[in-house]
Ligand binder design. Sequence first.
Ligand SMILES: NC(=O)c1ccc[n+]([C@@H]2O[C@H](COP(=O)([O-])OP(=O)(O)OC[C@H]3O[C@@H](n4cnc5c(N)ncnc54)[C@H](OP(=O)(O)O)[C@@H]3O)[C@@H](O)[C@H]2O)c1
Length: 329
Amino acid sequence: MSIEQRPLGRTGADVSVVGLGTWQLGGDWGDVSSEGAAGVLDAALDAGVTLLDTADVYGDGRSEERIRQALVTRAQRPFVATKAGRRADPFVAETYTPENLRAWVDRSRRNLGVDTLDLVQLHCPPPPVYSDQRVYDTLDAFVADGSIAAYGVSVETVAEGLTALEHEGVQSIQVILNVLRRKPLEELLPAAAKAQVGILARVPLASGLLTGKYDESTTFAADDHRNFNRNGEAFDVGETFSGVPYDVGLAAAREVAEIAPEGVTTAAFALRWVIDQPGVTSVIPGARSVEQVRGNVAAATLAPLTTDQLTALERVYDERIRAHVHDRW
Ligand SMILES: NC(=O)c1ccc[n+]([C@@H]2O[C@H](COP(=O)([O-])OP(=O)(O)OC[C@H]3O[C@@H](n4cnc5c(N)ncnc54)[C@H](OP(=O)(O)O)[C@@H]3O)[C@@H](O)[C@H]2O)c1
């Protein structure tokens, strides 16, 4: 199968407009067995997905290792974007030393079984790191020595993304973008497009809220961040339900479900919205089952949203969501 491909910044690589986020295949989302993870990866690759997003800390390397195993028998390799920076204290800028970065990158190369990583993204480091020239010099040296082909950043805030764009070696920005998180549309996406920097849109389903499948009685496992990080206890609360309070998100998701046309799942509708935002390279929904993967890939062939649908979604954001998130990230 083939999915629309778009160039990822100036890397020279083309990636599918729907990728696969693989945080779920490492940890923090309840248990996913090795067989389950292999099934998810195979389903994505068989459906034409050519972009996998992972990180060295997802399950302490388990996500990267499962990707390596899934690719052993594949003739065609997808583009694998990993991340580095959260193995030492992620809240302390001083840990982003050349030595630590070297060790993290080399460990990902071993986990993924490659000499050259396709893309390393700084994994939501403390804000000072985005303007630390020594960090970019280190990453440039890794490109020069062939241990990575390209680097980018994963950010929490629009401001961090704009700072990263000032550094010409940056090839991609990963940011939360979904119908409940619209601020990147204002400045970040136009600036990235102008600089020919790729945008990877993460948390596109607001951690599953935008599937419309949860309600007030839904519970999440103890080892699922949607339980243990509900108030930002472990990491930035923006990563959990996009930082939208759960009850507010439920009400918004119900409205989004009503706006979605007959015969189109709310998830695919929400993903299509992301795909069509100017400047977006690829949307990277996470999935825990083969059915979820297939449902998400379907977004790649949906028609663009109508003007009425776009207006209705904007109203949901303005009336229910904006006050909770817009000025924070
Ligand atoms: N700091 C960072 O750089 C960072 C942070 C967060 C995420 N990410 C990356 O971005 C990726 C995507 O974000 P995310 O996984 O946090 O959030 P997401 O993609 O918004 O939500 C994923 C969840 O949505 C549900 N889902 C997905 N597809 C579905 C479908 N077709 N039908 C029904 N339910 C569906 C599943 O929930 P259930 O588990 O309830 O089934 C799944 O676990 C991650 O996997 C990771 O690669 C990076």
